[in-house]
Design a protein around this ligand. Structure first.
Ligand code: 13P
Length: 249
């Protein structure tokens, strides 16, 4: 897909189904600018109801999927189930999945392949911890995440991927990466995409920033040259705040 402005919400494990549908309906009333793609990432149990309520202006994402389409994997949800339901995207590799559910780059590469094989576009997350940031090795760390998780794809597959850079130290902490820190990392990611896939593919990649994006900082962050939008946690749970973020491009 060509490079887009994207405001993606990640509800994480928040809202009941009815609260989620209310939130979705409130967002769907918004006059979304024609050059902005809006996505909400909801818990699995919400997805059927959200797809039933779905309007063109707000796309729906799952927050995870398995790498097999079916089988004896109690408690899991497959990419073919999501695709069949009409889900638009799946978020993979969020730092919370990496940290609390032991998802490593090799596993994520399998999930990514499975999602794409089902025609399900992926928001693929990367980002370093505070320790790595303090050591100054964040570029190397993110490079390795992408090399091991993403760079086995060929250039045509890459068209169905959005990258989300989410520094772990800025998630839910109220501490945002400065616009310069975000831009530096996004430029780094785009440069390794140029090396691997060429400048056309790199220019077409949407790279989102995540970590304490709020209505008060969205405009400055989204205004950076290589930042194409945000993956928003807490502020996506309040319709008014998320609408302001949607209007921040
Ligand atoms: P916050 O916006 O709450 O910091 O969360 C960011 C995030 O993890 C989105 O995936």
């Amino acid at each position: 897909m060509a490079r887009k402005n994207i405001a993606a919400g990640n509800w994480k494990m928040n809202t009941t189904v009815s609260e989620g549908v209310d939130l979705y309906n409130s967002l769907a009333e918004h006059n979304v600018p024609s050059d902005v793609t809006v996505i909400v990432g909801a818990p699995f149990i919400h997805l059927t109801s959200l797809i039933a309520a779905k309007k063109d202006n707000i796309k729906v994402a799952a927050q995870n999927c398995h790498y097999e389409n079916s089988g004896a994997y109690t408690g899991e949800t497959s990419p073919s189930m999501l695709a069949d339901l009409g889900v638009d995207y799946v978020i993979l590799g969020h730092s919370e999945r990496r940290e609390y559910f032991n998802e490593g780059n090799a596993l994520l590469a399998k999930k990514l392949n499975a999602a794409l094989a089902n025609g399900l576009p992926v928001i693929f997350c990367c980002g370093e911890s505070l320790d790595i940031r303090k050591a100054g090795t964040q570029n190397e760390y993110v490079t390795k995440q992408l090399e091991e998780g993403l760079f086995h794809l060929d250039v045509s597959q890459l068209q169905d991927v959005v990258i989300a850079y989410e520094p772990i130290w800025a998630i839910g902490t109220g501490e945002t990466a400065s616009p310069e820190q975000a831009q530096d990392m996004h430029a780094h990611i785009r440069s390794i995409l140029v090396d691997k896939y060429g400048s056309n593919a790199a220019e077409e990649m949407s790279i989102l920033y995540g970590g304490s994006v709020k209505p008060t900082n969205a405009k400055e962050i989204f205004g950076q040259k290589d930042v194409d939008g945000g993956l928003v946690g807490g502020a996506s749970l309040k319709a008014d705040m998320f609408k302001e973020i949607i209007d921040s491009f």
